[in-house]
Design a protein around this ligand. Structure first.
Ligand code: ASP
Ligand code: MG
Length: 417
């Protein structure tokens, strides 16, 4: 079987939904599981509704109607008749959501979040399914929550592989076309759980693993994975092939390729994953698979802005050794700093961190009790995988480099902006 995933951008409006059909016409209607995300930026819109509901305990009429209007509008563009079953189905989902808010007693943010945010995927997959039905495409809409079984870590659920495998083996048969939701699953009590933001790719990988699929295709609004972010670099180039290991490395340095969590089940069964353009489905796109680490073997550029460079030295000129360093790392962990780069010498220790949770000030205060501390905020961390002289020179040009670290395959530069 093949597993297709259409993300938010690929179902963001009526034209995009029509394009899903076009992609299927080109690739065939059989032997597939199609995983659909919430439409456009709808998950963000649901997050607003959830936050308002949890702070006021009232039904946030205004932000909820934004979501409802968006879906109804889109459906009106796809379905000529107001009597089309899709409208009753959309309304039923909103009734269910409203009922949940009326009767829910839980104040557990993450639990409530999952029970509500799932409607983005449920509605989106229903609209696409009804549209395919209207076009005479035979398929089954399935509720991913009956297949992806997880623990009860709401918003970041761990898959129960045994149960999931059993449900999928039992309920998904080769040859047919299935349509389901990304991102959502359910726990032992059948409450909805989610796999973390952007979790739909992972859903596709889970289905692929359990079905021993031939491949996964992620359909996007870009030609594939590029060697640099087109918004920051001129002439980015398409990467034709990336090994699983290289994709994990790129993700580690901050490239928005495929999440390692998604790659792991695929790598275990050596199932290739393709990133392709939903506008040009005939193009090859990028393959992430077993084999050569990178084709073409060109430098890959990754940029992380707004990082913090912290330099620490001991107050008494003693060496920076294991004990100090381990204490420092405990603090990074405590203040949820993601460490991007480390460089140490006898009496000093420099790190570049990502201040994701705005805990910098508290961290610095804490560090100052034991170390001499200097720090610069708003620095830029550049990583080049597979660098060469030219790529490095080009990047360094006109920049004030604060720190540079070179290893065999990778160079990292920290610059002031
Ligand atoms: N709709 C969810 C999100 O936006 C899941 C996904 O798109 O992968 O995070
Ligand atoms: Mg999404």
């Amino acid at each position: 079987m093949e597993i297709f995933k259409f993300g938010g951008a690929s179902v963001k409006d009526a034209a995009s939904v029509k394009n899903v059909l076009r992609v299927l016409q080109k690739t065939g209607f059989q032997d597939k599981v199609i995983v659909i995300s919430a439409m456009g930026k709808m998950t963000n819109a649901f997050e607003i509704v959830i936050a308002e509901y949890l702070s006021s305990r009232d039904i946030p009429g205004k932000s909820l109607s934004v979501i409802k209007e968006y879906h109804l509008d889109l459906a009106h563009q796809l379905f000529e008749s107001n009597q089309a079953p899709v409208f009753e189905k959309i309304n039923a989902f909103f009734r269910e959501l409203t009922n949940f808010m009326k009767h829910n007693k839980s104040v557990q943010y993450d639990f409530v979040y999952d029970q509500m945010v799932c409607f983005g995927e449920l509605i989106s997959s229903t609209i696409v399914s009804e549209y395919l039905k209207l076009q005479g495409i035979e398929h089954s809409w399935i509720d991913a929550r009956q297949f992806i079984k997880t623990d009860s870590t709401y918003r970041d659920a761990r898959v129960n592989w045994e149960e999931t495998q059993e449900k999928i083996t039992h309920g998904v048969k080769p040859g047919k076309l299935y349509l389901t939701q990304g991102f959502i699953g359910s726990d032992a009590n059948n409450f909805t759980t989610t796999l973390g933001r952007e979790g739909s790719d992972y859903t596709a990988a889970i289905f692929a693993y359990c079905l021993n699929a031939e491949k996964v295709i992620i359909w996007k609004d870009v030609p594939g994975v590029m060697n640099a972010d087109p918004r920051m670099f001129e002439n980015p180039q398409l990467l034709n092939q990336i090994s699983y290991e290289e994709a994990i490395e790129l993700a580690f340095y901050g490239a928005s390729v495929i999440h390692p969590k998604t790659l792991q089940p695929l790598q275990r069964k050596e199932i290739p994953l393709f990133v392709k353009s939903f506008l040009n489905p005939g193009d090859a796109g990028t393959a992430v698979s077993k084999g050569q680490s990178l084709i073409p073997e060109i430098p890959c550029f990754i940029v992380k802005k707004g990082q913090v460079l912290i330099s620490l030295s001991s107050l008494d000129f003693s060496f920076m050794v294991e004990e100090n360093i381990s204490d420092i790392f405990k603090l990074f962990h405590l203040y949820q700093m993601k460490v991007d780069l480390i460089q140490n010498s006898a009496i000093s220790f420099a790190v570049c961190v990502d201040n994701r949770f705005n805990n910098l000030e508290r961290l610095i205060q804490h560090l100052k009790a034991r170390f001499k501390v200097e720090f610069i905020t708003g620095v830029c961390l550049y990583t080049i995988r597979h660098f060469d002289d030219l790529s490095l020179k080009t990047l360094e040009k006109d920049k004030e480099v604060l720190l540079k670290q070179v290893t065999q395959n990778t160079v990292q530069l920290i610059t002031r902006t």
